[in-house]
Design a protein around this ligand. Structure first.
Ligand code: HEC
Length: 127
């Protein structure tokens, strides 16, 4: 048996295992800390982008990238940095405005809505 070969195979497995242990984007800690767009983006990708993308963007809303989100809504932007209470993206996910988003699907959780609000409150930055 070729020992050097099996040793290097073991090494490769160790590397592969280590790679799977890299933590995912940390979930927002409720109520504190800054929120990165990456965290908001995860929610949008999972719940909104199937309908709101570059090809299909009802109500002029494309949620597939940071720039697209910030340019959505034309003259009436859906995100007003620092003002979640004035941001339509919030009003439509918390049901203040109808039809509630995601359209004809279960609502986002309170934590998810909270995360979007905190991201806007902190300035709706791209990072
Ligand atoms: C199943 C498809 C679908 C999904 C999923 C979806 N939307 Fe929509 N969205 C629509 C449609 C259709 C409209 C236009 C509704 C209308 O004008 O009656 C819309 C409109 C909007 C508007 C603009 C409303 C207005 O009139 O100003 C916002 C903001 C919005 N969506 C945000 C979201 C967000 C955020 C998500 C994910 C949490 C989401 N949508 C998920 C289909 C969808």
């Amino acid at each position: 048996m070729d020992l050097s070969k099996s040793a290097s195979a073991g090494f490769a497995i160790a590397i592969a295992l280590a790679a799977t242990m890299v933590p995912a984007v940390p979930s927002g800690q409720k109520g504190k800390g800054s929120v990165r767009f990456a965290e908001v983006s995860q929610i949008l990708q999972a719940n909104c982008v199937s309908c709101h993308n570059a090809k299909s963007h009802p109500a002029d809303v494309d949620l597939s990238s940071y720039d697209a989100v910030m340019n959505s809504g034309g003259d009436d932007p859906i995100v007003i940095p620092k003002h979640p209470e004035q941001s339509r993206i919030v009003a439509f996910v918390d049901g203040t405005k109808k039809p509630r988003m995601p359209f004809r699907k279960p609502p986002l959780s309170g934590d998810q809505i909270d995360l979007v609000k905190r991201w806007i409150k902190a300035g709706a930055k791209s990072q």
